[in-house]
Structure formats: structure tokens, C-alpha cells
Design a protein around this ligand. Structure first.
Ligand code: GSH
Length: 259
């Protein structure tokens, strides 16, 4: 890592969550959106995952960061309560934690079976869509790219078929953890278009309308920020994924999804 931030775990408190973020990370964006939607008090620390030349530096993470998340990944939430430090990581688990930590406003449907359905959608998205998204960028051979594009297309059609018939949100009238879990990857579709010529299939009209609608939310706007002032958010995202698309990314995420 290039610039190290001062150890923020020295100042943990019980009434303010520490949130370790990276502006380029879709998983961290999930938790950032949930924090804003929940009106939780938090202090955000941006972790620079790269060195001075813009390459990922997975072996150069501060010791306090690895103590909070031994996987060395953002997002992380942490707070101190009665001299115990609580540390939470994995974006979907961070967001479920926020739902428990501050139940109102709720980001899950009230009916137990519908809640379970929301979780099924999030789990499938994480297991199938997210790996296909990264693989489409990471694979340098056309056969691998075609397989990833096919897998992504299957997942998009599955999502379109499972979208609430009325909308405007994925589960119906209420914005939920399903919208939050999915959206950061849809915001990055311009990257797939730029590097691989892949775009949302025209049949996925409910998803297309949903992206337009949800992108207007204040929490989404606030978290869609370019960390390079000279670049628009869209161009910043294209820059972020350059190392993935040319096969040179050394990040742990690249290693997670390569094969
Ligand atoms: N499954 C994790 C994935 C988190 C993740 O991969 N974060 C990336 C940034 S987008 C990271 O921190 N990578 C560290 C590295 O590449 O060294 C989650 O949902 O939180």
C-alpha cells in the first residue's frame, strides 16, 4: 500500500461504527449504502489497496487492518463495547449486521418467507453473478470470456424473471438489502461494455428501469464517487478495472475469481 493511514482502531467507540472502505470497491459500496440508508453514525476510513504505480499491493497491508479482517479485504465495520472490540467483515454479513444493529428503517421484508427469498437472491447473486462478472474481465482467452458472458447472461435473465412484478425495487415497493447487494455491480456495467463489449440484454427491461430508478437515491449518489478528481465516475471505474481487464491485477479479488 502506498500511503498508510494512522491506526483508527485506537479511537474505537461504542456509539460510532468504524467503516473501512475503498472508493473503488463494489463490496464496500454495499455497506456504505446500507450505513447511509440506516442513518447509522459512522466514521469512514479509505484504505488504499494500491501502491504508487497503481498496482494492487496485497502483501503490504497495515497490521491493524489485518487484525480487524484477517482476509485483508474491505468492507470492515468495527466498534468497541465494554472493552470488547467487535469486528464485522464480508459485505453481505456487514449489511445483515446493520439490519440487526439498527432495525429501523428495515431493509428486509417483514414476512419470514419473503425475507428468506431476499436472502436466496443475494446468495445466488454472490455465488454465480459476481464470479462471472470478474471472470469476464479477468479471462484473457476468448473461450473463457464467452463462457463468462454466457454465465452472466443466464444470471441476468434469472434476475429479470425474479424481479417483483410491480417494482420499483427488486422486492416490490420497499428498497431492500437485495437492491443494495446487486446495484454496485450494475453501476459497473460500463466497464464490461468498455473492455468486453458486454451490455445488459435488451430483454432485461425491468432491470434496466430499476438501475435508472435506484441510481437516483441519495445513498447511491453519495457513494458513487471518483477518487480521481480529473476523471468522471464512469471513467474512474474504467481506470479501476484496467488491471483486471489486461490480466495484470495482483489483488486478492483477482485471485479469488480467476478460474
Ligand atoms: N467477499 C468479500 C469481497 C471483498 C473484496 O474482495 N474486497 C476487495 C476490494 S473490491 C479487497 O479488499 N481486496 C483486497 C486486495 O485486493 O488486496 C465481501 O463481500 O466483502
Amino acid at each position: 500500500m502506498d500511503e498508510q493511514v494512522e491506526d483508527p482502531t485506537k479511537h474505537l467507540s461504542s456509539d460510532k461504527l468504524l467503516f473501512l472502505n475503498s472508493p473503488e470497491c463494489p463490496f464496500a459500496q454495499r455497506t456504505w449504502i446500507a450505513l447511509i440508508e440506516k442513518n447509522v453514525l459512522y466514521s469512514k476510513v479509505d484504505i488504499n489497496l494500491r501502491n504508487a504505480s497503481g498496482q494492487y499491493a496485497p502483501d503490504n497491508k497495515p497490521e491493524w487492518f489485518l487484525r480487524l479482517n484477517p482476509n485483508g479485504k474491505v468492507p470492515v465495520l468495527a466498534y468497541e463495547e465494554e472493552r470488547t472490540i467487535h469486528q464485522i467483515y464480508e459485505s453481505n454479513i456487514c449489511n445483515e449486521f446493520l439490519e440487526d444493529y439498527q432495525p429501523s428503517p428495515s431493509l428486509l421484508p417483514p414476512h419470514p418467507a419473503v425475507r428468506a427469498r431476499a436472502r436466496i437472491i443475494i446468495a445466488r447473486f454472490s455465488e454465480a453473478f459476481v464470479p462471472a462478472f470478474y471472470r469476464l474481465l479477468l479471462r484473457q482467452d476468448s473461450e473463457g470470456q464467452q463462457q463468462a458472458a454466457q454465465a452472466l447472461s443466464t444470471e441476468l435473465h434469472w434476475l429479470e424473471a425474479h424481479f417483483d412484478s410491480m417494482g420499483p425495487y427488486f422486492m416490490g415497493t420497499e428498497f431492500s438489502l437485495v437492491d443494495i447487494s446487486l446495484l454496485p455491480f450494475f453501476l459497473r456495467f460500463g466497464v464490461l461494455q468498455h473492455y468486453r463489449g458486454f451490455s445488459l440484454p435488451s430483454e432485461c427491461s425491468k432491470l434496466a428501469a430499476w438501475v435508472q430508478e435506484v441510481s437516483k437515491r441519495a445513498s447511491v449518489q453519495e457513494t458513487s464517487v471518483s477518487a480521481k478528481p480529473e476523471l468522471s465516475y464512469e471513467k474512474y471505474l474504467v481506470w479501476v478495472y484496467e488491471r483486471y481487464a489486461d490480466g495484470s491485477a495482483k489483488s486478492t479479488s483477482a485471485a479469488d475469481f480467476k478460474d
